[in-house]
Design a protein around this ligand. Structure first.
Ligand code: ADP
Ligand code: MG
Length: 320
């Protein structure tokens, strides 16, 4: 990640992923404030601990509604809307399925088919009742669980952007797992972001993405997975079957203004595959994407908002 202006880097691990924060000035206090802000949202949204706003909702499933803060309520509203789009792969109530695979955690396994089927019956986003007045969320069936793992990082990254923008500071670069959120008020900083090579060492790159004032989010099947009997089981699930989604894709990268859109559309486009995904993007000039396929093709959308430079010649860029 580079820019023409000098930057100062700070690191932490939050929500199980390393974070690198780059500021345009040396200011540990400010970096500490940003990490505290992220931890505050992590405490509200995580499902990997027993207590959080989301866990309070999950614990009350089948019993009673739970009121949450306005910001958590809006995020849940957004997650529900995306989960109800026609043909969507996204489902924010997939918690029972995600928990049963334990991918990325100790004890991962391929669940028996009947267990998966039973869990899937608890994953209907229609059964999440939202009350806008009370900011309350009610999961109508006992055993239902919300999981915001696909969008929490992007959402929090946008909150960090707002934190800076509201104070009229130059917005920095935040690299968090696969979410890179970039200076939106820092003038014309041009950042170079590496696109990771699937299933290779973390510093091996397929290419470089250049952007100005954009968020870059990648969702890849190689981020969290296990291999059993030669089969790779990864952490992006087909919400219809409960199994990891297997299509021609290894990763989708989304270039957008807001990181939450990056998170939402990487999942949606992953589910659409290249052909439908490119057709969808043609009607959406506000977002752009880069697809990496299993047969080593790299397919970019229009490149109005970014440029891509190939570094690894075992891959080839293909126009569509
Ligand atoms: P990462 O955590 O590596 O950034 P993603 O942003 O792609 O990965 O999100 C993966 C996480 O999203 C999973 O760990 C799980 O919690 C959740 N998830 C998996 N499949 C789906 C799905 N079909 N719809 C919504 N959330 C999902
Ligand atoms: Mg995501």
């Amino acid at each position: 990640m580079t820019t023409d202006t000098p930057v100062y880097a700070y690191s932490a691990v939050l929500m199980g992923s390393p974070i690198l924060l780059k500021l345009f000035e040396h200011n540990e206090k400010l970096a500490g404030q940003v990490f505290r802000l992220i931890r505050q949202y992590e405490n509200a949204l995580t499902v990997n601990r027993d207590h959080s706003d989301i866990m309070a909702i999950n614990h009350a499933a089948g019993h009673h509604p739970v009121s949450v803060s306005k910001s958590v309520f809006s995020l849940i509203q957004c997650a529900k809307a995306v989960s109800l789009l026609p043909d969507t792969l996204f489902n924010f109530t997939l918690g029972p399925v995600v928990k049963c695979w334990k991918i990325g955690f100790q004890g991962h396994r391929v669940p028996p088919a009947d267990t998966l089927q039973a869990r899937l019956s608890l994953c209907n986003p229609e059964n999440v009742v939202l009350d806008e007045e009370a900011h309350s969320v009610f999961l109508t069936q006992s055993g239902m669980e919300i999981d915001l793992g696909a969008i929490a990082k992007g959402y929090i990254a946008d909150r960090v952007q707002n934190f800076y923008a509201s104070r009229a500071w130059r917005v920095p670069l935040l690299i968090w797992g696969n979410v890179q959120t970039l200076g939106a008020s820092a003038g014309q900083e041009r950042w170079a972001i590496g696109l990771k090579k699937p299933f290779a060492a973390p510093d091996e790159l397929v290419g470089i993405i250049h952007v100005v004032n954009k968020s870059v989010v990648t969702s890849g099947v190689y981020e969290r997975y296990f291999v059993l009997d030669g089969q790779c089981y990864h952490h992006i699930f087909d919400s219809k079957t409960g199994y990891p989604l297997n299509n021609e894709l290894l990763s989708v990268t989304l270039i957008s203004d807001r990181s939450i859109d990056g998170d939402i559309y990487t999942t949606l486009l992953y589910g659409m595959g290249v052909e439908k995904g490119m057709a969808y993007l043609a009607a959406r000039p506000d977002i752009e994407a880069i697809f990496v396929t299993r047969d080593k093709q790299i397919i970019c959308s229009s490149q109005r908002q970014f440029t891509f430079t190939l570094l690894d010649n075992s891959y080839r860029t293909v126009s569509y």
